[in-house]
Ligand binder design. Structure first.
Ligand code: TMP
Length: 227
C-alpha cells in the first residue's frame, strides 16, 4: 500500500494462507484481539465466501458440486466469489479505514488450482479480474508439514469441533505436500509481502511472531506516515 493511501486513512489488508490444519483461524482471532486492543477497527473475513453472493458459491465449491466440471471451472468460480467479496466487503472496509484480516485469498487459487493443473497465464488473468488492484499489504503463510495438517483436520472432525472435511481437505498427502511447496515458492518470490511462520511452534509463539511483523511492517509505517 502506498503512503498516499495510508495518509488518506485507508486500512490495511492482511491475508492468511497455508495448507489444511495450519492454524489460520486461531491466529486470525489472536491478531484480531491484539489489533482491537491497539484501538484498530478490524473486519475478519474468509474465502471462498465473505459476502452473501460469495457464500453461495462457497457451498457449491466445498460441497464438490463444481469438481466434476474441472479445475478451470473451479478456478473461475473462486474468482467470481472473490470479485464479489472484494467489491462488497473488503474494499468498503479498507475505504472506511478498517483493517481486514482474510482467511485465504488469491494465493490459494494460485496454489490449489495451480496444483490441479490450471495454466498460470489463465490464473494471472482471472486474478487481475477478481482482485481489481486490491492486493494484500501483508500475507502470513503458516507452514506445517502435510502429514501434520492432515492429522489436525482429522482430529478436529473426529471430536466434532469442526464439520466433516470438505472437498479439498480430503485429498492425499502427496497433493497436500505439493501445495505446501508451492506456497513456500510463492512466498520466496515475494518476500516483501509474505511472512512465513513455522506452524509447528506453539500457538503463543506463532502469535508473537505475527504480531512482531504486523507491528514492524504496518503499525509503525502508519505512525511514520502521520508524523
Ligand atoms: P478453508 O478450509 O480454509 O475454509 O478453505 C476452503 C477450501 O477451499 C480449502 O481447502 C482451500 C480451498 N480453496 C481453493 O482451492 N482455492 C481458493 O482460491 C480458495 C480461497 C480456497
Amino acid at each position: 500500500m502506498s503512503d498516499t493511501a495510508i495518509a488518506a486513512g485507508r486500512g490495511h489488508f492482511v491475508t492468511f494462507e497455508g495448507g489444511e490444519g495450519a492454524g489460520k483461524s486461531t491466529q486470525i482471532e489472536r491478531l484480531r484481539k491484539r489489533l482491537h486492543g491497539a484501538g484498530v477497527d478490524v473486519v475478519v473475513t474468509r474465502e471462498p465466501g465473505g459476502s452473501p453472493g460469495a457464500e453461495t458459491i462457497r457451498r457449491l465449491l466445498l460441497g464438490g458440486r463444481i469438481k466434476e466440471l474441472g479445475p478451470e471451472m473451479e478456478a473461475m468460480m473462486f474468482a467470481a466469489a472473490r470479485a464479489d467479496h472484494v467489491d462488497t466487503t473488503i474494499e468498503p472496509a479498507l475505504r472506511r479505514g478498517d483493517w481486514v484480516l482474510c482467511d485465504r485469498f488469491a494465493d490459494s487459487t494460485r496454489v490449489y488450482q495451480g496444483e490441479a493443473g490450471v495454466d498460470t497465464a489463465f490464473l494471472d488473468r482471472l486474478e487481475a479480474l477478481a482482485v481489481a488492484g486490491c492486493r494484500p499489504d501483508l500475507t502470513v503463510l503458516i507452514d506445517v508439514p502435510a502429514d501434520v495438517g492432515i492429522a489436525r483436520v482429522a482430529a478436529r472432525s473426529s471430536t466434532g469441533s469442526a464439520p466433516q472435511p470438505d472437498r479439498f481437505e480430503t485429498e492425499g498427502e502427496n497433493v497436500q505436500d505439493r501445495r505446501r511447496r508451492m506456497f513456500l515458492e510463492l512466498a520466496a518470490s515475494q518476500p516483501e509481502r509474505f511472512l512465513v511462520v513455522d506452524g509447528m511452534q506453539t500457538p503463543d509463539a506463532v502469535e508473537q511472531e505475527i504480531w512482531r511483523a504486523v507491528s514492524a511492517r504496518l503499525l509503525q509505517a502508519e505512525e511514520e506516515a502521520w508524523r
